[in-house]
Design a protein around this ligand. Structure first.
Ligand code: CA
Length: 180
């Protein structure tokens, strides 16, 4: 019984340690919808928290429009024939995903951003090794585009104390396993 309690406490401690990862400085990624190149970042191995940020959060853009106009909107938000989208491409070796988009076309840039923030914020990019990652607006014809996409990228770096605590926890678990 005592062993069970200790194991439970250990597990709780480790979970607490993992969620205690501290956020360091944020990088703003602003993607002009008329620029096919986008933004390329050389990132270290580790986890990064990504968020859609609009103009209200310090970004340059709320969302982008691949047609330069809005048309054919019905009664449901996002069901326009042409409109504002929250589509962003994320390209690199061994990435867990290659884009984010809710597949909708909205009547306003704010509506497309609101939807993206509701669906996706925050999302995590985990790199097993250092990687070059390109963020871009995916399209075929860029000259008719308006707006863009703004993201914030924050590396999730465990504090030194957290790393020690996790190492101690894993060591204790390993010992327990060996004694069985
Ligand atoms: Ca276009």
């Amino acid at each position: 019984m005592q062993a069970m309690t200790r194991a439970a406490a250990l597990a709780a401690g480790m979970i607490g340690a993992m969620s205690g990862a501290s956020a360091t400085s944020a990088t703003a990624i602003n993607l002009d919808a008329q620029d096919p190149a986008g933004v390329t970042l050389a990132l270290e191995a580790g986890s990064y928290e990504l968020r859609y940020i609009g103009r209200a959060e310090g970004g340059l853009y709320d969302s982008w429009n691949s047609w330069g106009f809005v048309s054919g909107c019905g009664t449901t938000p996002g069901d326009c024939a042409a409109g504002w989208v929250n589509f962003v491409g994320i390209e690199g070796a061994s990435l867990p995903f290659t884009y984010r988009w809710d597949f909708m076309r909205y009547a306003t840039p704010e509506a497309a951003l609101d939807a993206a923030q509701g669906y996706f914020n925050p999302f995590t990019l985990t790199l097993a090794s250092p990687a070059t990652v390109r963020f871009f607006v995916p399209d075929f014809y860029y000259s008719d585009n308006t707006g863009g996409i703004s993201l914030s990228l924050v590396p999730q770096i465990p504090e030194p104390g957290t790393v020690l605590l996790m190492a101690a926890g894993l060591g204790a678990l390993a010992l327990r396993g060996r004694r069985r």
